[in-house]
Design a protein. Structure first.
Length: 317
């Protein structure tokens, strides 16, 4: 189904008023702001929420909400379920640590309205030059492994197109079709994965929706500089292994998950080779990634209803 639909921009903010204000100001000055609505939810800080209400409650097409939950998927599902009443709508998801161009919303509308709701959408991103310089440091490979930058060309070469969680869009009917984002796999859940948005997109692809790259609509990702110190990147590399291992397990059709254990054995073998050859940098990278990958099996075993992830969903026609 093609055509024009109401457009909602959803931003979940975690107790950072400076970044939250930047998102609100960017939306207000963007193209098509009058033809779309920003649903902005503050997670955690009642004081920030009250400040946002004071400063933006009279701004048309901006709605401010509050949640005490630290679970991002829970907040997104809540906003869609409770406040997007239309049968069909275009929903764009962003984080509070990005900068987006004035044409950001209108570009998504242009492509999504032309393609219709048989596709979901996403775009690339870049990082500031000050963070790019970190690749010159000793642990270059480790930094690059922690989702350093993805441009349109990188996405176009991807065999399994999955967009990052701070720049993608979908239709409400698609969200309903796959039962929303799986709150079990978000940060702040009991498993503390960072896989809610990638699993959501995998569910969309599983039932038959096409992932479509919206070119020339990248955002600038602005993580805190301290998130790129060595210890933080080690932690993020482990988290990436955790997320990727979990995704591999839920996609595996092997009953005993032998393909997963075969992959783990190859990773352990290369880890041993790096140690013997004293390739310390490669060893550190592989060690933390493998550690996260192995953790995924423990979490997977703890999930009681594994088929509920997406295997019970009906295919899109």
């Amino acid at each position: 189904m093609t055509g024009k639909f109401n457009t909602y921009l959803i931003c979940v903010s975690f107790n950072n008023r400076e970044k939250g204000n930047c998102i609100l100001q960017q939306f207000i000055t963007s193209e098509n702001a009058k033809e779309s609505k920003l649903l902005f939810i503050e997670n955690g800080s009642k004081k920030n929420y009250e400040t946002y209400l004071r400063d933006y409650s009279d701004i048309p097409n901006v709605e401010i909400y509050f949640s005490e939950s630290s679970n991002k998927a829970k907040s997104i599902n809540y906003l869609i379920r409770e406040f997007i009443r239309e049968e069909e709508a275009l929903i764009i998801c962003i984080d509070d640590d990005i900068e987006f161009p004035e044409t950001f919303v209108s570009r998504y509308q242009e492509v999504a309205f032309a393609k219709g709701n048989s596709s979901f959408f996403g775009a690339g991103y870049s990082v500031p030059d000050s963070l790019k310089n970190l690749t010159l440091l000793k642990y270059k490979k480790l930094y690059q492994s922690s989702q350093f930058s993805k441009k349109d060309l990188v996405f176009q070469k991807s065999k399994s197109l999955i967009f990052l969680g701070f720049n993608y869009a979908f239709y409400k009917s698609q969200w309903l079709h796959v039962n929303g984002l799986d709150e079990r796999f978000a940060p702040g859940s009991r498993y503390n994965l960072a896989a809610e948005e990638s699993v959501f997109q995998k569910k969309l692809k599983y039932v038959g929706y096409e992932a479509y790259l919206v070119t020339n609509n990248k955002v600038v990702h602005l993580p805190e500089p301290e998130s790129y110190n060595l210890e933080s990147v080690k932690k993020r590399t482990k988290q990436n292994g955790f997320t990727h291992g979990f995704q591999f397990l839920i996609n595996s059709t092997s009953v005993l998950k032998l393909d997963y254990f075969y992959k783990v054995s190859k990773m352990l073998k290369s880890l041993l080779e790096y140690k013997i050859k004293k390739r310390d940098i490669d060893f550190v990278h592989k060690y933390y990634y493998t550690k996260g990958y192995l953790k995924a099996a423990i979490v997977y075993l703890r999930i009681k209803n594994k088929n509920s992830i997406y295997h019970q969903l009906k295919k899109f026609k």
